[in-house]
Design a protein around this ligand. Structure first.
Ligand code: AMP
Length: 187
């Protein structure tokens, strides 16, 4: 089963992805983690993206799409992909469709975790203390939210027309969201 978790930063995509990884023996595909890894390794990609990421801007589609390609064609992961934070732009969504088609796969469920700005701010302020991410400072959070609203809106329109799109109130407690997702998946 391939699943997309979709929603603004702080919506709980990473938390729910971890639940699905355990439940479905799947693989969490977090482009945020993949990009942070590149920065940690100080790779050529890492050097290119560090400023954008720390400022809460989106990394270019070309870089992100390239990172995703290998994952989709990885035989071990096929049919067990839990996307967390990808796709985030229309070009990424179209790229994903194409890669899935070329690898004989499809998306089975799209879950949109819908959360308002105030809840996001509160959650990320808490996460900042635990994870110490540089892009979790308040002005960066606001920037990330605005970027999400601008760039991701067309993606929402793209997916919301699909029959396997489900909107979930992301302001619910973690367990409640997990249960809702579980009920849709029948797991
Ligand atoms: P996340 O861990 O998903 O909150 O992502 C952290 C940051 O990584 C974002 O604010 C972007 O700078 C970058 N990023 C992660 N995923 C993507 C993506 N699909 N497209 C562009 N930038 C991304």
């Amino acid at each position: 089963m391939n699943i997309i978790l979709f929603g603004p930063p702080g919506a709980g995509k990473g938390t729910q992805a971890k639940f699905l990884v355990t439940k479905l023996k799947g693989y969490q595909i977090s482009t945020g983690d993949m990009l942070r890894d590149e920065i940690q390794k100080n790779s050529d990609i890492g050097k290119k993206i560090i400023d954008d990421m720390n400022e809460g801007k989106f990394v270019s589609d070309v870089i992100v799409n390239n990172l995703i390609k290998n994952v989709i064609f990885d035989n071990q992961k096929k049919g067990k992909l839990i996307f967390d934070g990808y796709p985030r732009s229309l070009s990424q969504a179209e790229n994903l469709d194409l890669l899935l088609k070329n690898s004989n796969q499809k998306i089975d469920f799209i879950f949109f975790l819908n959360v308002n700005k105030d809840t996001i701010i509160k959650r990320i302020e808490k996460r900042k203390i635990i994870e110490k991410r540089l892009d979790d400072e308040l002005d960066t959070i606001l920037k990330r939210y605005d970027t999400y609203m601008e760039t991701t809106k067309p993606v929402l329109e793209f997916y919301s027309k699909k029959p396997n799109f489900y909107e979930i109130d992301g302001a619910l407690e973690i367990d409640q969201i997990t249960n809702k997702i579980g009920a849709f998946l029948r797991v």
